[in-house]
Design a binder for this molecule. Structure first.
Ligand code: ZN
Ligand code: ZN
Length: 271
């Protein structure tokens, strides 16, 4: 039983129409498909967040498909809400809360657009030191969770996206682990649901999910609730590495995981 609630279509930066994605989801046997278009981000013209018009068209299309395919698959109208996008006041069936930028004053740097841009941010704002950048990101994640109250926290350690290429972060550094483990501990104890996001792997940036296996192992001890998503931008990757990741969670000792079930987010046993 596979559900995937983190997907992008042509209404933002995905490759396929929502209907093509529904067709692929049916062919792959998904029981639930959630669309999570990017929230409007006018502060970054290069980012494909949905304009107010695209948002309206997207909502209409997804709600139409929800009805059209109701007897074949459960479809959900969601949003990937960036910390710095304004609230749109619209009803969404769920929201994934993500931090894609750091902001200093009126200036923004994207975290996950290009390796050299992330490096430039670390050099310009953090004197070339990665840990203060991670600290600020973690503070933003906590602030985002408290103020936006998303249903799911998106790609927790997104800043590692280019680390396989640039090696700017030592993920075994105890100072690093202490920052991120403190943040994860706080989130879990506030009741947050975190995603295990396979998007970085699907696009061959990372060799591990967000969060990494070491952080997942920590989350297992914290009794965290996790949902697997593929942050899908291309329909054939809708179920990318999904079953392997269920296996990883089982191997790490998670007794259950969360899926989008008949009644919303539901725990399913992994034993
Ligand atoms: Zn994202
Ligand atoms: Zn996404």
């Amino acid at each position: 039983m596979i559900s995937n609630i983190h997907t992008h279509s042509i209404y933002c930066d995905g490759r396929d129409t929502p209907e093509a994605m529904v067709q692929t989801a049916l062919a792959k046997g998904l029981t639930a498909l959630g669309f999570s278009g990017h929230s409007y981000a006018p502060f970054d013209p290069s980012f494909i967040g949905m304009s107010p018009q695209a948002t309206a068209d997207y909502r209409k299309e997804v709600l139409h498909l929800k009805e059209k395919y109701a007897d074949q698959i459960r479809i959900y109208l969601g949003l990937e809400q960036d910390l710095f996008s304004e609230e749109d006041g619209l009803d969404w069936e769920y929201k994934i809360g993500s931090v894609h930028y750091l902001r200093h004053g009126d200036a923004y740097y994207p975290i996950d657009s290009k390796a050299h841009i992330l490096q430039e941010m670390i050099d310009t704002w953090f004197d070339g030191h990665v840990l203060p950048m991670v600290e600020e990101y973690c503070a933003d994640i906590l602030y985002m969770y408290d103020t936006r109250k998303p249903d799911v926290i998106g790609h927790f350690d997104l800043y590692k996206k280019f680390n396989d290429k640039l090696h700017y972060l030592d993920e075994n550094d105890p100072r690093y682990l202490s920052i991120v483990q403190d943040t994860l501990h706080t989130l879990v104890h506030k009741g947050a649901l975190l995603e295990v996001n396979l998007g970085g792997m699907a696009k061959e940036y990372t060799h591990e999910p967000y969060p990494s296996a070491a952080l997942l192992s920590f989350l297992q001890k914290e009794k965290a609730r996790l949902i697997i998503t593929t942050d899908c931008h291309h329909a054939p990757l809708l179920d990318y590495h999904y079953n392997e990741t269920v296996g990883l969670l089982r191997q790490l000792g998670f007794p259950s995981m969360v899926v989008m079930g008949q009644n919303g987010f539901e725990e399913v046993p992994l034993a």
